[in-house]
Ligand binder design. Structure first.
Ligand SMILES: *[C@@H]1O[C@H](CO)[C@@H](O)[C@H](O)[C@H]1NC(C)=O
Ligand SMILES: *[C@@H]1O[C@H](CO)[C@@H](O)[C@H](O)[C@H]1NC(C)=O
Ligand SMILES: *[C@@H]1O[C@H](CO)[C@@H](O)[C@H](O)[C@H]1NC(C)=O
Ligand SMILES: *[C@@H]1O[C@H](CO)[C@@H](O)[C@H](O)[C@H]1NC(C)=O
Length: 363
């Protein structure tokens, strides 16, 4: 990722595609037998009572759920290669859902706190699945901003969500999208994970928001400092947002160790306690992790999958990049570039504490 791309809006696309092709390289080495159809329908935790709605609203895929007495709306925007179906487990209510642990953890905690969760899929379903950000000047692509607005217009009255504060949380490409969306529609708060906007775009977004009479919402920039390029963008964005008078909070996510029981705890539906210990042991003896449990190298670059596939009792595991719980967890532990849910409660708390300051929307 070259620095000179910063001046170009194409930066975000390059970034997204770069991450994508790294994943794809691993993709090619995988047998196709690790089908998602062997995944148990529901996790064994309290989330199994969840009843999301899956629907396609004017061509746009939406999965949503409203808790009893909703107080807020949380719009969630996935990263490249992902979709709205990642935020809930596969179930009778949502057979197309393919729940990933971090996304589901975000959904679960938001619902419990009184947020209606509305996940929308980007339009580019057949290709990279990245979001088409406003002002990116790609008129040949479908307009994700228009699609999301239409979904809100159709869904909110029907689901009893009209008038509730709308917060937006996105990761990677979705993080860039929710930041840019803040210049298009009234939002009560934004959390952009592992993404910042190139400065030119950030300025245009803030100018657009002003021109529309919107107060740019309080913003949480949650990033992984191990990714220098994004860390730099975040630094610049913080200055621009503060100068604009926006409340901004930075949350840094750093690497954490794997422990023998960890996988069993967070992806219990696929990895039981004995398998969790077994995988930990193999990662330890093969040097994927060190004495301290820390991943030695970027798991997007190492061949940990071969180690896992050689173990008995792992044929049911989803191992494809972007649809593998284990892969997602390892990426979080390495803390370079992945959606993250350690700080979901803190995020929602910050949203609620600062929401009042965002209600003075001029119109
Ligand atoms: C959705 O699509 C239908 C038919 O394609 C159209 O009549 C309707 O106006 C659209 N709804 C919105 C909110 O755009
Ligand atoms: C999509 O439509 C919005 C207006 O709703 C506009 O601001 C934006 O620039 C358009 N283009 C893209 C790529 O989002
Ligand atoms: C896997 O299971 C087979 C048959 O149950 C057994 O022969 C083999 O030794 C096992 N391999 C490992 C690595 O445990
Ligand atoms: C799930 O979310 C909660 C609340 O933010 C957090 O305490 C927990 O660590 C998260 N789990 C994972 C694996 O991210």
């Amino acid at each position: 990722m070259q620095k000179h791309l910063y001046t170009c809006f194409a930066f975000l696309i390059f970034l997204a595609i770069g991450l994508l092709s790294r994943e794809n390289r691993r993709h090619e080495q995988l047998p196709t037998a690790t089908g998602a159809n062997t995944v148990p329908l529901q996790r064994t935790d309290s989330f199994s009572t969840s009843t999301p709605q899956y629907e396609v609203i004017n061509g746009t895929e939406v999965v949503w759920e409203v808790p009893s007495k909703p107080k807020f709306v949380l719009f969630v925007a996935h990263g490249c290669n992902h979709g709205a179906v990642d935020f809930w487990p596969k179930s009778e209510a949502c057979p197309l859902c393919q729940g990933l642990p971090i996304e589901m953890n975000i959904t679960r905690h938001a619902l419990a706190r009184g947020y209606a969760v509305v996940a929308v899929s980007s339009a580019a379903r057949d290709t990279h699945r990245c979001w088409n950000l406003p002002h990116m000047h790609r008129p040949d692509y479908p307009n994700d901003t228009e699609n999301v607005k239409r979904v809100f217009d159709v869904l909110f009255p029907r689901a009893g969500l009209l008038g509730l504060p709308v917060f937006a949380l996105g990761a990677s490409s979705g993080g860039g999208f929710v930041m840019a969306l803040g210049g298009e529609i009234p939002l009560a708060g934004i959390c952009s994970q592992i993404m910042g906007l190139p400065m030119k775009l950030m300025q245009i977004v803030l100018e657009t928001s002003k021109r529309r009479g919107l107060k740019y919402p309080p913003t949480i920039l949650m990033h992984m400092p191990r990714d220098n390029d994004i860390a730099l963008l975040v630094q610049e964005n913080v200055l621009a947002l503060k100068e604009h008078g926006t409340v901004v909070k930075v949350i840094q996510v750093t690497a954490s160790p794997l422990t023998p029981s960890f996988l069993g705890e967070v992806v219990g539906s696929e990895i039981n306690a004995p398998l969790s210990t077994l995988i930990f042991g193999e990662f330890r003896s093969s040097g994927i992790i060190g004495n301290d449990g820390m991943l030695k190298e970027d798991p997007r670059m190492t061949d940990w999958r071969a180690i896992v596939m050689n173990l008995n009792g792992t044929s049911h595991l989803r191992l494809q990049p972007d649809s593998s719980p284990l892969s997602e967890i390892l990426n979080v532990l390495y803390a370079k570039h992945e959606i993250v849910s350690w700080h979901t409660m803190e995020t929602l708390q910050i949203f609620e504490e600062n929401e009042a300051s965002s209600t003075s929307i001029a119109n």
